[in-house]
Design a protein around this ligand. Sequence first.
Ligand code: ADP
Ligand code: ZN
Length: 731
Amino acid sequence: MPSDDYFHEGELVSVLTTEPLDRRLDYKAPEGGVHLGAYVQVPLGPRQVVGVVWGRGRGGFDLKKARGVHRVLDVAPMRAEMRSFLEKCAGYTLTPLSQMLRLATRAPGLANPPSMQKVYRRGSKEPERMTDARRRVLQVFDDYGGLAFTQRELADHAGVTPSVIKGMVKLGAVFEEDTPRDLPFPALQPDYGRKELTEAQEAASAELCERVRAEVYSSTLLWGVTGSGKTEVYLEAIAETLRKGRQALVLLPEIALSAEFMNRVEARFGARAAEWHSGVTMTERRRTWKMVGEGAAQLVIGARSALFLPFRDLGLVVVDEEHDNSYKQEDGVLYNARDMSVLRASLCSAQVVLASATPSLESWTNAQSGKYDLVELGARYGEAVLPELRAIDMRQVTLPSNRWISPVLETAVKTRMARGEQSLLFLNRRGYAPVTLCRKCGEQIGCDHCDARMVEHRFQKRLMCHQCGESKPIPEVCPSCDAEDSLAVVGPGVERLAEEAAERFEGARIAVLSSDLFGSARALKQQITDIAEGSADIIIGTQLVAKGHNFPLLTLVGVIDADLGLQGSDMRAAERSFQQMRQVSGRAGRAEKRGVAMLQTYQPEHPVLRAIMSGEERQFWRAEADERRLSGMPPFGRLAGIIISAPEAQDAYELGEHLARNAQALEAVGAQVFGPAPAPIARVRGRHRVRLLVKASKDTPLQAALGQWTKGLKLPNQLRLSIDIDPQNFF
Ligand code: ADP
Ligand code: ZN
């Protein structure tokens, strides 16, 4: 009797691989048979590739020619719910299913047989003779704390050959041991470090816990000012999930958040949770991936791609700082982890908690319309009160050239220093200066490959392109007119601001927090911990500091340029600026001391700044929502971006125009097509980019129409087309 979820030896099964083929392939089930959803290794041409048994084979060809499944991998088969999630996600984002599968199998060595393996730890002895290579090996151990590595990982991280490691083992400087490949995670105890909640927190927690117990899908917006205890509250929802024997996932926007956060979770549940982000070693990634599938990891703290882990029984997804931009993946599969969390949860009867002090307009609207539940936390916890907000009108201030700190802000910082408190100077610009200009010919040094100016990074002594990462030494003469000593920098970046601060605040200990200044995530985490413990008087930071870190001694936030986010024509500019200013102001005064936030601005009457100053949040959201509703923009209408790129601009435009002229499939559903026009970043890595914009009303079956529109399109060589549903950075 053929069954639909188990295939006997020799039966044809249909296998989805991660290879960029547009179809699945048939193979014969191996000896012992194979389950639906099993991860398998199959031959493809001369290679062996990983795939998943997706259904019964379709046949229709000479069976004698069918090849067999090479091996069934020793990992939990993919569950029906996960297959359905990947299919729906592929359909929503118009991504080939093979690419979705690649996202869901990003754990190296999945195909390795389960067995013991040799791992390497730091030994007890120092090598008698220290070489550069040996020093690098020891440095890797220092950078990653007490972790063990496979030989390959250690060699790769340190940039040495395996023989260097073997040599160090002989010397006792590196210790070799056998361990099982992947160990389960220690059990978490839901009642371990439970805190006494305030009345408001208790009420919020009770609501979330009730939904956890119901074991049906729901989405909740958890809205409360920074410091009101949102984290405490959702930790209780996690505890309830653990009690139910289900798994929980917390998504965080920045890996930098997790050092402090992991400790907090450990203090609450008595053991460490699993981590999933780019700073995690290969071995740990594979372990997490496998254990999640076996139910032997109860809680994962991760970046957006953790949503594609093969959870056995996912009961709760928390999306912390849900408004954050970084939930949208901007290359490869263009998905928004916040929205896909909702999809995933709906398929596995889980609850989604979206936590934020400044929700996205999308989530705010969903909460208003009743699509999401709203749970509000009013006040800050304990003594902590919201910072006092002050605008500094920069039109009234005359500063010497190349100075950005106003006298009022300067005095405020000095007062903090005298009291032993910390100040944060916020400027969302990495590097030393955003523009390098020739005073003779006016040339602004740009990237050779992109439509972007090169930013001077003085610490690295280089000019860098923030678009493609290209860098070059700071030139001595103007690259355009060859004039000597003619290059001048214009405007501040955090490095330059740090220079000004060092001159103005004598003897101050200054820490610059900018993502490019740290060699590893671990070094950054360390710096953040040190600052929290008081190692700096003045913190100078980019948006990295606007998020979730707890600096108890911090009582002053100075926003150097509150107007920065208001420029540009992005429909989300106001929303983003509002969120960022609120977030960064919220850094001040988290403990018992009341904080002050000072916003330097040239446009104090701007509606966004007025809304920030007055604290009238609801009014701001309402006004924003009205504006978007009137113009039919998301979340009241739908948008899709189509980016076409090519080495020659002409080719990209021609294809764009061809598509715009032949848009009957879109017109049939009432959608409008705009463009082609240069994309916001018109050139990246030497490729010219052109964009079309498709706008439709909310109930339009947009994906189907887009699929119809681009179906059968033969892309000429070198041309690429990508479709971005719900684009975040488009205008
Ligand atoms: P949010 O996530 O809203 O920013 P947190 O949950 O991080 O707020 O709480 C802010 C600070 O107050 C944290 O240091 C937290 O430990 C503390 N805190 C909040 N609620 C409580 C509570 N009920 N008992 C003890 N400490 C609390
Ligand atoms: Zn570039």
